[in-house]
Design a protein around this ligand. Structure first.
Ligand code: NAI
Length: 715
């Protein structure tokens, strides 16, 4: 797990050996302790270089060990022993030095990095802090502001930035181990006093209190309830204000609180779930490891509106050649300008050549004839999409994949318009499509596994978190959103305001409550969908439609031309159309009062708990239905959709993980409670899967699949 060899006559070379990233497992830690002891006591060794096998220094702690009792030598004394050595120790950093890996390097006396290496302390993203001295050493080395930035965001930096910040001593684009060995030979005999970071004073700004107060305020605001970033600030503050030993003690105390918190568990669950969703499966048994994707180099996008533009950018940035087709000349011109601007700006930011040349534009559908894959992003109108799929079926080569970006329409129906239903899948992007990480890959009953594999592989190439889901109205994300939005409207009828509802949801951790979100995306979008579903009755106030409770509030606002931000009025008031700052609207408050009076509804006080329970449990309940119907393969798929596409706070793990943390019996009991109060609301009727899970003793989330698959009877 770590090997010691003598090189250049007097350098002890310790090589970490634990593929793929030389994580600091118990065996690796034992290896480091043993080889260090041998190197220090061997008179032939005059200096030491620590490096990692296979071009990676060290990826940090072994996260798989987090769940079990710690065995093997602990990290902190191991790093102290390296720092205390009386022979110079040099870290040779290739590939990455992350988390515990960087903390190990900070315990060394010198750090030499390859130019392409990435360094960082990403513990905060797993709900933790750098607790092997990282929070105490880094500020001593590079100062409080820079250390706060790296530790509270967890961002990775390049070797060049690390050199500039001062936590790397030399950057090389040659062989890093050789450079480190030469360096180690050159520093033999020099005093190590100033190289032991723990013994250095922390460079302190004049007004420490003011600095930390400001930082704490900012961090709390952006953390949206996550506790790890706050603990990171507290740990760095300890470095700035306490002697090293006491700072270390504080670091350990804070870590102990974080380590056992539900948030760290949620974030680690997200870490593993994000990887798990790429290992997709279909109810037919087709799986990621048995289907090979088809190579795709030429893609086409149809419709250059909001979504088509973002999709074109994402495809071009992934290195595909793209043809974008738009029938409206004005839209084509505006779309071309927008796509080129986005590509140019991204290229400038990343310092890479722009992909502008990779995109062609056309008004003719015929231009997509030689594409390997087509993504349709025209208006959400079934008749229009039917017509288009018929045309595509005859224009495109027989093996071309035909994809739709529809938000909710039936993929199988679209597939039936073509001669190749097996080649049709949904590729459901989220706005803005070149930024948002989520991609729902929707398969119908006739989609070929290879078509799913190809769409999933393309998603990965575009840097997306792609989740394969079955075909139903709204797929996974939008289907679960419907009861959430409906509950929010019912709460308005019963006495809440958009402000109280949004406040409760933002307090939970969403970046935006449901009403601010609707104002941003446009109230007319849902209005059109409800009209198509035959739910809208202009001017009518009836609260039961198609046999169930219905709130016409959204329709009434749209009838007044209040479409949200774009019209300057929606659930909130905006200074001018298009401006972003939502202000409470007195008109809306009296409109709600009048509405309740006309409906004979008695307004009551609604607290945050009720808002959160009704909106979130209704959404979660739909998630159980989706699992029951095998629309999603497992709870991780639903959770990643919500974390990456819908702003669900990551530190709460996603809706299904959250339900498991709240306790399934509690979720069931609250749904039953609300269902008794509102028997005309079907989405409050607890899902039969939730019942089955509870009666199976509420197993932990990783065992839900066993219950989902178990044959069951309604008797
Ligand atoms: P949009 O209205 O901004 O753009 C649609 C574009 O398609 C327009 O430029 C229109 O001129 C063009 N178009 C219409 N018929 C065409 C044809 N036969 N050939 C070529 N171009 C044609 O619509 P948006 O918002 O981009 O939505 C497109 C699709 O993406 C819809 O199915 C929508 O449900 C879905 N979607 C929208 C999201 C959003 O947030 N806007 C999110 C996810 C999916």
């Amino acid at each position: 797990m770590a090997e010691l060899s003598l090189v250049s006559g007097s350098v002890g070379l310790i090589t970490l050996q634990s593929p793929p990233v030389n994580a600091l497992s118990a065996a690796v830690r034992r290896g480091i302790v043993d080889t260090m002891q041998r190197a220090v006591s061997d008179p032939k060794v005059r200096s030491v270089v620590i490096c990692g096998q296979n071009g990676v220094f060290c990826g940090g702690a072994d996260i798989r060990e987090f769940g079990s009792t710690m065995t093997g030598p602990p990290l902190v004394p191991m790093i102290h022993a390296i720092e205390a050595a009386d022979k110079p120790v040099v870290a040779a950093i290739e590939g990455s030095a992350l988390g515990g890996g960087l903390e190990l390097a900070l315990g060394c006396h010198y750090r030499i990095s390859h130019a392409k290496a990435r360094l960082g302390l990403p513990e905060v993203t797993l709900g933790l802090l750098p607790a092997a001295g990282g929070s105490q050493r880094l500020p001593r080395l590079i100062g409080v502001p820079a250390a706060l930035d790296l530790i509270t965001t967890g961002r990775h930096v390049t070797a060049a930035e690390a050199l500039k910040l001062g936590f790397v001593d030399q950057v090389t684009d040659q062989n890093t181990v050789e450079a480190a060995v030469q360096f180690a030979l050159s520093v033999v005999g020099q005093s190590l006093e100033s190289r032991r970071i723990s013994s250095l004073p922390c460079p302190c700004p004049v007004d420490v209190d003011a600095l930390f107060e400001g930082v704490m305020q900012r961090v709390r605001q952006s953390a949206r309830g996550a506790i790890a970033p706050v603990a990171c600030v507290q740990a760095v503050r300890a470095a700035a204000t306490l002697p090293y030993a006491q700072g270390m003690q504080r670091e350990q105390e804070l870590m102990a609180t974080l380590f056992t918190s539900g948030q760290a568990r949620a974030l680690q669950y997200c870490f593993f779930s994000q990887r798990a969703v790429s290992r997709w499966s279909m109810p037919s048994g087709a799986r990621w490891d048995t289907c090979k994707p088809k190579p795709v180099t030429k893609a086409a996008v149809i419709g250059l509106g909001t979504m088509g533009r973002g999709i074109t950018v994402a495809l071009a940035q992934a290195g595909l050649s793209v043809v974008a087709v738009e029938t409206q000349p004005q839209q084509l011109k505006a779309g071309q300008r927008a796509v080129s601007d986005m590509l140019e700006r991204a290229a400038q930011r990343l310092g890479v050549p722009s992909a502008v040349q990779g995109v062609r534009y056309s008004q003719e559908l015929q231009a997509v004839a030689d594409a390997h894959l087509v993504i349709e992003a025209v208006f959400e109108d079934m008749a229009l999409k039917e017509q288009l799929f018929k045309q595509l079926s005859s224009i495109c080569k027989p093996d071309t994949l035909l994809c739709t970006n529809t938000s909710a329409l039936d993929i199988d129906h679209l597939a039936s318009q073509t001669h190749r239903p097996q080649q049709v899948v949904g590729m459901h992007f989220f706005a803005p499509a070149h930024v948002m990480k989520l991609l729902e890959v929707v398969y119908g009953p006739r989609s070929a596994p290879q078509a799913v594999a190809t769409a999933m592989a393309l998603g990965k190439r575009m840097g997306k978190v792609s989740v394969a889901v079955g075909n139903c109205r709204g797929f996974v994300g939008n289907r679960m959103l419907m009861p959430y939005v409906e509950e929010a409207l019912f709460l308005l009828e019963e006495g809440a305001t958009p402000e109280t509802v949004d406040h409760a949801l933002e307090e939970f951790g969403f970046p935006m409550g449901v009403f601010r979100m609707s104002d941003l995306s446009g109230l007319d979008v849902g209005w059109r969908v409800r009209k198509a579903a035959g739910l809208v009755e202009p001017g009518k106030m009836s609260r039961v439609r198609q046999g169930r409770r219905y709130s016409p509030l959204g329709d009434l606002l749209c009838e007044q031309g209040r479409f949200g931000q774009k019209t300057g009025q929606g659930w909130y008031l905006y200074e001018t159309p298009g401006s972003r700052e939502a202000r409470p609207d007195p008109w809306l408050h009296s409109f709600l009062e009048e509405y309740r009076a006309r409906q004979g509804l008695v307004s009551r006080r609604i607290d945050s708990q009720e808002v959160q329970e009704r909106c979130l449990y209704a959404l979660i309940n739909e998630g159980f239905n989706i699992l029951q119907e095998s629309i999603a393969a497992g709870p991780e798929d639903i959770d990643m959709i919500y974390v990456f596409g819908y702003g669900w706070p990551r530190h709460r793990g996603g809706p299904m993980f959250y339900a498991s943390q709240v306790g399934l019996p509690r979720v069931l009991q609250r749904l039953e409670h609300y269902q008794q109060l509102h028997p005309d609301v079907p989405h409050l009727q607890p899902s039969s899967l939730l019942w089955r899970l509870v009666s199976s003793g509420s197993p932990p989330i990783h065992r839900w699949r066993e219950v989902i698959r178990k044959p069951h009877s309604a008797l």
